[in-house]
Ligand binder design. Structure first.
Ligand SMILES: Cc1cc2nc3c(=O)[nH]c(=O)nc-3n(C[C@H](O)[C@H](O)[C@H](O)COP(=O)(O)OP(=O)(O)OC[C@H]3O[C@@H](n4cnc5c(N)ncnc54)[C@H](O)[C@@H]3O)c2cc1C
Length: 458
């Protein structure tokens, strides 16, 4: 009898450099591959034009096109994976770690329902959970010593490609549950969003990486300018595993000029490590407990203005409008809008975190929570509460010619390079040039800055 494995794909939607597939095809004679459109997650998504679901769906189509063997299911994986494993009579189910709190619970339940072996492997990170800890055995809370320890502990085998033997993938016959091939978006209750800003799938991720590599040596200088394509744009591919994190690190490590980019990839590891060790972060707790119960005094109408890109702060509005249109936002702008929501509008960071979670194409609980708590000064190694970005100065510095603002705030496009950053009098009242269809600033930055410092001061 041939030995058989089922590889359950989740956040590793590719075929190359793939840990679960490598283990399965090395150890077993026949390997099935399956993906579950998980209704526990999908039913909570109110917007049926969800770009993430489309990204997943299109990435899976590429896998099926190559293998002709993908099984997809729609429903509750806690029932479906054991049922499928029974039907295929596999010896084992192999899947990659997922450290989101929901995923941990789901995997425990699948394991308890499965009357066969359940193996999990590390794929989406280089080092996870308790692999990089302080000498006293506790988790790092500050990034720089963490990254130093991370760099000391890793070795070449951590980055080596996991090469599966794809000839071992077999096509199931007469499936009773699930479907051979991919579900359409309509079949799972979703609609097409039109072309996505980043093309889904493994081959598109490779193109994206190849386009970025010649720019990697300028990353340190260019990464802060939203109008330049100075960053990799790979976060969505890392989120859904259409690219291997090991491949990204291999590319970074093979170039002396790529240390800064590697450091950003280590930030991703840092935030995953924090969520794994402090799972309460995923339930809205602040990392610094003294800020957990702040009474945020902001006006909730301002939250709507922030979401809509109607605050009267041009760079903030351009960032939010770009985000609403594409699901993507440049890192510099994420920091600017998050700081603006928390320190200028004095609105609870959790509301911003939630809006990002609902709409970010690359949404990742660990990094989103980390980014929000960094900006709100409530997180591990966060921006100190008294160091508040001035949105006008950020605009002048990082979008000096207003290129990004012009693209997303057409009401301001005709203004010169100076007034595009602040088309008002210094006190925020309109000038003769202020476009009548652009809102006046909804708050005064200098006043709100003082209020924010007062709110946070111990
Ligand atoms: C408020 C806020 C929310 C964020 N939410 C998310 C999120 O949900 N998902 C997400 O992947 N990133 C998030 N980030 C981090 C960062 O903004 C994005 O990873 C980055 O903009 C993605 O663009 P890129 O792929 O071109 O990155 P590059 O600059 O090319 O960096 C390479 C990769 O490193 C990782 N990375 C870079 N910066 C960070 C960072 N600060 N923290 C963690 N990982 C990082 C990403 O995986 C990224 O793809 C958030 C940042 C902030 C301030």
């Amino acid at each position: 009898m041939p030995t058989k494995a089922l590889v359950w794909l989740r956040r590793d939607l590719r075929l190359s450099d793939h840990t679960a597939l490598e283990v399965a095809t090395r150890k077993y004679d026949e390997v099935f591959i399956a993906f579950v459109y998980d209704t526990n997650i999908l039913n909570d998504l109110s917007n049926k034009k969800d770009r993430r679901i489309q990204f997943i769906q299109e990435s899976l189509s590429e896998i099926h096109k190559t293998t002709k063997s993908l099984i997809t299911l729609h429903g509750n994986p806690i029932q479906l994976i054991p049922e499928l494993a029974n039907e295929l009579e596999v010896d084992t189910v192999i899947t990659a770690h997922d450290d989101d709190p929901y995923a941990i619970k789901r995997d425990q339940e699948v394991k308890s329902q499965l009357n066969r072996e359940f193996q999990t492997v590390l794929d989406h990170l280089i080092k996870e959970k308790q692999e990089v800890m302080k000498d006293d055995g506790t988790p790092y809370r500050v990034f720089t010593p963490y990254s130093r320890a991370w760099r000391n502990i890793v070795n070449p085998s951590d980055f080596a490609a996991r090469k599966p033997d794809l000839t071992k993938i077999v096509t199931p016959k007469n499936l009773r549950i699930g479907k051979l091939g991919n579900h359409t978006l309509n079949e799972i209750g979703f609609e097409d969003c039109g072309p996505l800003i980043y093309t889904p799938g493994e081959s598109a991720a490779q193109v994206q990486l190849k386009e970025f590599l010649p720019k990697i040596s300028h990353y340190r200088e260019d990464r802060n300018f939203p109008a330049k394509s100075g960053t990799s744009g790979l976060s969505v591919h890392l989120r859904f595993g259409t690219i291997s994190i090991r491949e990204c690190f291999r590319q970074a490590r093979s170039r002396t000029s790529a240390t800064k980019w590697e450091t950003e990839l280590i930030w991703r590891e840092f935030y995953h490590m924090l969520l794994a060790n402090f799972p309460e972060l995923g339930q809205g707790r602040t990392f610094q407990p003294q800020y957990n119960d702040i009474k945020w005094p902001g006006n909730i109408d301002h939250l709507e203005a922030w979401k809509a890109g109607q605050t009267g702060y041009p760079l903030v509005d351009a960032a939010m409008r770009c985000f609403n249109n594409t699901g993507a936002m440049h890192n510099r702008l994420r920091m600017v809008v998050a700081m603006f929501l928390t320190k200028d509008l004095l609105i609870d960071w959790r509301l911003g975190e939630q809006y990002f979670a609902e709409n970010l194409l690359d949404f990742e609980l660990a990094s989103n929570n980390g980014g929000w708590q960094w900006s709100a000064s409530t997180g591990a190694d966060a921006q100190p509460y008294f160091r508040i970005f001035n949105p006008y100065l950020q605009s002048v510095k990082f979008d000096p010619e207003g290129t990004f603002i012009r693209e997303w705030v057409p009401e301001l496009a005709h203004l010169d390079n100076k007034s595009i950053h602040w088309p008002f009098n210094p006190d925020g009242t309109p000038t003769l040039e202020t476009p009548s269809d652009y809102p006046l600033p909804i708050v005064s930055h200098p006043l709100q800055k003082q209020a924010a410092i007062k709110l946070f001061k111990p």
